[in-house]
Design a protein around this ligand. Structure first.
Ligand code: FA5
Length: 350
């Protein structure tokens, strides 16, 4: 077979194989085999030098023609294959718009957040602004400046989580997770002096205590503080009564009992008529007809002084409500552990 015949045969063979190449990878192999540096057409071009002189121009021209024809055929085939691959991909990924949609499951606010927001609204109506104090607190603010020195037995009322690495600090400078929101009283007084104060201090509190149906180791409190020049116990009673009417309903009576807190004098506990039995007596109120809703009292002169306010000129009241327990009463929740147990069956009810 002459070199020309062999060249034509190669041409036809290449075209036939090109039709069989059905993927971009197969096509790449074909290109390497015929047009690549070591490809057969390229090899043919290299044989020109060994041919008789008179045959060289015609052979060389034909090799170049075939090379160009194969390159064009290659481009056309490549476009076909790419198109076919795209079609396959589009079919595979096609969205069936007739399928029913997946329903969105919208989240909603946690019961505690709902309760907090309701409380903010009520206290805002009564002229109290929100003051935020830190969760990680100095021992001095949580205890000493609230008239609870280190030796004071009342420290046992609040079992404390201490912050690791700060217990070699001087007493008072040690850090802890606040056991109540009352340390915010000192912060707001020191910041606002000599202005009168009317704030609520909401926040999470932490106690190293046994978890029960009524007690968590993390829970919210809503502190309140009013400081002015002629504030009396009557103002406190009027304020908490008004609050109770707005939160629980105007038909619930409120009563105040004597109590003890180191940072108030006198100190009281505030009770409201049991929301479930209306005062008749039931298991929730332990058959007393009353539920405790807050600790409160007139700000102790020592605490006023620690806040920078002269107790001979200024007076004030403070109160500390729980947030979860009142919400439990209001919504009939029997176990505080449900709040943070992350059981959606419970949370979705509110
Ligand atoms: C105090 O924490 C005082 N600081 C309140 C106070 C403020 C008194 C200002 C006077 C003036 P007490 O420890 O009673 O008080 O807590 C107040 C409220 O926090 C309780 O009535 C209760 O509703 C809530 N509470 C206390 N411990 C827990 C707990 N472990 N889990 C859930 N709620 C709790």
């Amino acid at each position: 077979m002459s070199s020309f015949e062999a060249l034509e045969q190669l041409h036809h063979q290449a075209l036939a194989e090109l039709v069989d190449a059905a993927t971009t990878e197969a096509l790449k192999g074909w290109e390497d085999r015929y047009l690549g540096r070591k490809g057969q057409i390229t090899q043919q071009a290299r044989t020109v030098g060994q041919m008789p002189k008179e045959a060289r121009p015609a052979f060389g021209r034909r090799v170049n023609e075939i090379k160009t024809l194969l390159e064009q055929a290659y481009e056309t085939r490549l476009a076909e294959i790419r198109n076919a691959e795209l079609q396959t991909q589009m079919t595979r990924e096609a969205i069936d718009v007739t399928l029913p949609g997946r329903p969105m499951v919208p989240g909603h606010l946690h019961l505690t957040i709902q309760a907090l927001r309701e409380l903010y609204d009520i206290w805002a109506k009564m002229g109290f602004e929100v003051y935020e104090a830190p969760d990680v607190e100095l021992e001095a603010y949580n205890f000493d400046l609230l008239n609870i020195p280190e030796y004071h037995p009342a420290r046992d009322m609040w079992d404390t989580f201490w912050v690791k690495g700060t217990n070699d600090q001087q007493a008072g400078d040690r850090r802890l997770l606040r056991t109540h929101t009352s340390p915010g009283q000192i912060r707001v007084m020191r910041e606002r002096y000599p202005e009168p104060i009317r704030v609520i201090l909401p926040g999470k509190c932490y106690r190293y205590e046994q978890i029960t149906v009524r007690a968590e180791h993390q829970f919210y409190q809503m502190e309140g503080l009013a400081v002015g020049r002629a504030i009396t116990l009557t103002d406190l009673i009027g304020t908490v009564t008004q609050f109770s009417h707005l939160y629980y309903g105007a038909d619930r009576q409120v009563r105040v009992r004597s109590s003890y807190f180191p940072f108030t004098e006198p100190s009281v506990e505030v009770d409201t008529q049991c929301i479930l039995c209306g005062g008749e007596g039931c298991a929730v109120c332990k058959y007393t007809g009353w539920l405790e809703i807050a600790g409160a009292g007139m700000v102790h002169p020592v605490v006023l002084e620690n806040g920078g306010y002269d107790p001979d000129v200024w007076s004030g009241f403070a109160f500390g409500f729980g947030v979860e327990r009142p919400a439990m009463q209001k919504y009939g929740v029997e176990d505080i552990r449900l709040f943070y147990g992350n059981d959606l069956r419970f949370l979705r009810q509110f």
